[in-house]
Ligand binder design. Structure first.
Ligand code: ZN
Length: 442
């Protein structure tokens, strides 16, 4: 959810409410978003049945995360990364504009198109070095106008906002549905991907029409509220989730610094540090904070990984709908690398040579340049030239192999002929990264 910035008193009120709807499960992190704590009354029998179904399914989904903590969640992502790919998907957006009979809430199609453009630019991280490309692209598939004052009221109400979802949507699985309407209570509200079956109308996002690009809500009219709500829709928590500086709480994203409270306005970076004893300033530029639109510009690398992870896991129909091309193996020449054999090794990345990082870093970096991680066999037969060979000597290189107990495979370049496979916990320590691609393919 995203609200207009409020006074500290208002924030305290929000947190007080949050305490009233606690849950032992991490993923009911909606607790910080009071409007989503209770299942609101629904309008029809059909909606009742669907809501019951949704609740049952949500329980099942939450069981997936049982006993979770940071480590469990990371392991789930680890399993996912075995098949992880950042292939581009084109996601259809269905806008449903619900306006009042006097015209309040009506918006022109052009404004919705501009919103889609903003979604594309921000999810591509366009023009912002610190923002990572999610590989997600969007297009406007449908625009529907509903002239209905009562539904418009429900749509923007703090507790009745799910009614128009059930009234207007049958199956939410093949597109991102956005209900655009006036609201006195919120800028936007979304549910997490694990909150309901993928076809449930619950997945629609309710969006205040004043937040659209060029809308009338000062400081929140660049279209970033939908970017923020879509972040929830794809599985991201707030950067200040849990209002804690603890390592065991927060948003569980490793590259967003600990942050205790939402950001108000757009402060100077050095002035925003609600966890002064933890590394880094608050995430004032991150779409999952509450800063003004003008302040926001990025998703972090690990937020991107988690979004793709949850979307693949919980929204397979959406992913299939959006899949445009199968990722094909690239050749070394495609990648601009020189190689004589059938393996090319990435020795330059982000201006560094023979970069080091974790297994996950390696996996992500290789994918992001259109390659893949090398297998153990490829590493054992590695023929690396020049400068990189010198740098690699004495290091371990992550491989794709799994050892017992979910430990990752590495190839040590120091022992026995310089090459011995070994095992290591992927979360402990760094190793050198190498990527492979296939040559000789058309
Ligand atoms: Zn939110």
């Amino acid at each position: 959810m995203r609200r207009r910035s409020t006074s500290a008193k208002m924030l305290l009120l929000l947190f007080a409410v949050a305490l009233g709807c606690t849950s032992s499960l991490l993923h009911t992190a909606v607790a910080a978003e009071p409007a989503r704590c209770a299942m609101p009354p629904v309008a029809t029998d059909k909606a009742d049945a669907k809501a019951a179904e949704a609740q049952a399914d949500a329980a099942k989904r939450e069981a997936l995360f049982k006993g979770e903590g940071h480590e469990t969640m990371r392991r789930q992502v680890a399993d996912y990364l075995d098949t992880y790919t950042i292939e581009e998907i084109d996601i259809p957006i269905n806008y449903i504009v619900i306006f009042e009979e006097d015209g309040t809430g009506w918006v022109p199609e052009g404004q919705l198109e501009n919103q889609t453009t903003v979604m594309n630019e921000r999810f591509a991280g366009q023009g912002v070095d610190a923002s990572k490309d999610t590989g997600m692209r969007f297009y406007t598939a449908n625009i529907t106008y509903i002239n209905n004052t009562l539904l418009a009221y429900y749509c923007g109400d703090a507790s009745l906002y799910t009614i128009p979802r059930y009234e207007l949507i049958d199956d939410a699985s093949e597109a991102l549905h956005v209900l655009v309407c006036p609201s006195d209570y919120f800028l936007g509200v979304a549910v997490f991907p694990w909150d309901a079956p993928e076809d449930s109308p619950m997945h629609a996002i309710n969006l205040h029409y004043g937040t659209l690009p060029g809308g009338f809500i000062t400081s929140y009219n660049a279209g970033y509220t939908l970017v923020h709500e879509a972040g929830h829709y794809f599985g991201l928590l707030h950067t200040f989730q849990g209002t804690t500086c603890s390592r065991r709480g927060g948003d569980f994203i490793r590259d967003t610094p600990a942050q205790k409270y939402p950001t108000n306005g757009c402060p100077a970076e050095v002035d925003a540090d609600t966890c002064p004893h933890r590394r880094g300033y608050d995430n004032i530029h991150n779409f999952m904070d509450y800063s003004y639109d003008e302040c926001l510009d990025r998703f972090s690398r690990w937020q991107v990984v988690y979004m793709r992870f949850y979307t693949n896991l919980f929204r397979p129909t959406l992913v299939n709908t959006g899949r445009v091309v199968e990722t094909s193996a690239q050749t070394c020449a495609d990648l601009g690398w020189t190689a004589d054999g059938d393996v090319c090794v990435q020795t330059r990345f982000e201006s560094a040579q023979c970069t080091t990082g974790t297994w996950y870093d390696n996996h992500y970096l290789c994918e992001s340049i259109g390659a893949r991680m090398c297998s153990q066999e490829e590493l054992l037969n590695l023929d690396i030239g020049g400068r990189c060979r010198r740098l690699l000597r004495g290091h371990s290189v992550w491989s794709t192999e799994l050892c017992p107990n979910d430990i990752r495979g590495v190839v040590e370049l120091t022992k026995n002929n310089g090459r011995t496979p070994g095992c290591r916990d992927a979360f402990v320590g760094d190793a050198t990264m190498a990527c492979c691609a296939d040559v000789g393919l058309p």
